[in-house]
Design a protein. Structure first.
Length: 212
């Protein structure tokens, strides 16, 4: 059973997340909090496996709270906030991933929780992936050439480069004049060749920041 604490200052969002998580057989909501300060206090007491953390909150915001929470347990940011400063700040603070409301399904969220707790992935919504990629490219001063010896076909390289730009499957389909189903098939083959299960992991592998 995965123990989770949900942190959000919007009571409607908070209740919705709790109700969603209660439908998963292997997830248990230990506690909820409405600000970062309370979240830190509860995390120290309860030691949940994961904290779902909003960004903009009173008292102590999510980015500041993540710095402490990440030393206690795993943190997955869950917010409507899409600004690059918050995304970069959250990841630098130790968050394992950053999901934007409206960009994932209920099932996606449960899978993300399982993957983070198991150490399998670092879930990132498209906008968050784009920010992370841009930061890595700025830091390295370069972007990958060819397929990096990863065994991708020319078309798969084109798809992978668009993935690193944060493009959705539909946007990639429009860009390359393909059907969305064809793009999904390419993405599945890319995952298989890179030995990954998520977009974030594929990006990390492509940029050479992961050995798996």
């Amino acid at each position: 059973m995965i123990s989770v604490m949900v942190v959000d200052d919007n009571p409607v969002v908070l209740m919705g997340l709790v109700a969603l998580l209660e439908t998963a057989d292997d997830v248990k909501v230990l506690a909820t909090a409405g600000d970062g300060r309370q979240a830190i206090e509860l995390a120290r007491q309860l030691r949940p496996d994961l904290v779902l953390l909003d960004v903009r909150m009173p008292e102590v915001d999510g980015v500041r709270a993540a710095r402490t929470l990440a030393t206690i347990t795993r943190v997955l940011m869950l917010s409507y906030n899409e600004d690059s400063e918050s995304i970069r700040g959250s990841i630098q603070a130790g968050a394992c991933g950053y999901l934007v409301h409206g960009s994932f399904s209920p099932d996606d969220l449960v899978v993300a929780i399982r993957d983070v707790v198991a150490g399998r992935a670092n879930p990132l919504s498209a906008v968050a992936a784009r920010v992370v990629v841009q930061s890595l490219q700025c830091a390295s001063g370069a972007s990958p050439a060819g397929d990096g010896g990863l065994g991708l076909s020319t078309r798969e390289v084109e798809v992978m480069r668009l993935i690193t730009q944060g493009r959705s499957n539909l946007e990639i389909a429009d860009e390359l004049v393909l059907s969305e189903k064809t793009v999904k098939n390419h993405v599945s083959r890319i995952y298989a060749k890179l030995g990954v299960r998520t977009r974030a992991a594929a990006i990390a592998r492509w940029l050479g920041t992961s050995n798996s």
